[in-house]
Design a binder for this molecule. Sequence first.
Ligand code: NAI
Length: 497
Amino acid sequence: MSSMRIALAAGDGIGPEIMEATLAVFKAAGVMNHLAFEPVEMGKSVFQQGNTRGMTDEAIRAVESCGLLFKGPMETPKGGGGKSINVTARKMWNAFANLRHFRTLPGVETVYSRAGMSLNFFIVRENIEDTYGGVEHRLSNDMIQCKRLISAPGCDLVCRFAFQTARKAGIRRVHCGHKANIMKMTDGLFLERFKAAAKDFPEIEAADVIVDALCMNLAMKPQQYEMVVLPNLQGDIVSDLAAGLVGGLGFAPSANIGRHISIFEAVHGTAPDIAGKGVANPTALLLSGVMMLRHVGLLRSAALIENALLAALEQGVRTGDFGAGRPNATPPLGTMEFARAIAERLGSAPAGVPAVAVPETEKPHLEHGARPARPEVIRTFTNVISHVVGCDIYLDSPLSPVGVADEMNRVCQDTPFKLTLISNRGTQVWPTGSVYTECVDYYRVRFELREGVPPGSFGQSRCVALMDRIAEKFTVCSYELLRIFDGVKGYSLAQGQ
Ligand code: NAI
């Protein structure tokens, strides 16, 4: 029988120990009859060879041809140009959705388990966009910017993935977490595309919640959520909060799903403080592996392993980082002993929590698109008509708002534009404003078409010419076109406008 290939990177620190333990459980469950793991070189040793991506070319080729990567945690070098390999891998291979499952596990004590509350929910985080593009610039002496990029196709992919996953898992309600009340355009788009995706899943209730309220609700009444989908940064923060509710990162599995390549890994790091001691808890990596088995259709193996883990935890089996003080707690086991205890329980089921139904048979199956010849441009909206109606020009200037306004009014005198607004840190400071608004050395000046000049009567070259004029006297940091798209403004108003 031919096996499905999976690229395997054990990782750094505790990575090799917890990977060995996980593979031992896989082997005992018969997973190796279906899957062939191909070790690849990634992480610290590759960084140390001067490779700033942290993965060899052979590793990249292997992951791309397998379509799946199972990885342990990897150390991100501090300074020296090396970027987080985890972020690089997710972005490079467009693993656009981060899926995490949070649930109360027997034997893992939390404030909720002590109160007799059982939690079971998923968080889906957008993995590519948002401030994680890392597009940052210093704009003036005192101002730094990070661009927050949110695209319609990016929102569509992750929102549709959330609903598809909910459908498969029998989840009845999906929430969108967002901050669209403040970031009306970026988070507004995320929410809008969530609502559009929901229409294709009528059996699932779609609701939304502002992210700060979500955090409070998760702390107070986490049972009300079954699945929450969020933009990248908010999803990152909320999913670690969720990990805390179910016992910490040691129990948080994670899948990074893409159309071509998916990556399965634990959420925690390399735990340098306990690396090499054989005491690390392999549960999160094992559960990530179980997610991977389900992803490739090995539902029987996944169910067997999950039931064995639940049975072991229920019987007080533990590593040193959890479970002490429970009435039935056994002495802490090392990483491999813990794995053996799980392997010994394969075929048994937990008594006090629902067991997972074990299908009779299984066959690995993975659908992933063919390797594209070149990076694809994914587009959602087509045939949109847009017109230039002005521009926002960003200046590095120590002048007062009135000083900036005088100069700008002079510059635009004989152009099709008039100065309509000056803002500082997003707050309007001209033509009206409060004397209490403190300004920093970075202004936005907004020019809009004068009365009588029809939108679309010229392209962006007039805006560039205006910027050129301003640049004779000021440092222009950047500019953004003001456009209307199908008659709707494609830009926000300033606070106080
Ligand atoms: P960490 O998660 O490695 O450790 C935090 C604490 O949790 C430590 O006390 C550690 O002993 C404990 N811990 C973590 N996993 C454990 C496990 N399986 N069993 C028992 N105890 C465990 O976070 P830290 O210290 O901030 O990061 C260390 C390194 O890991 C850094 O280089 C960081 O860049 C990297 N990292 C890698 C990640 C990945 O590959 N996905 C994710 C997070 C961090």
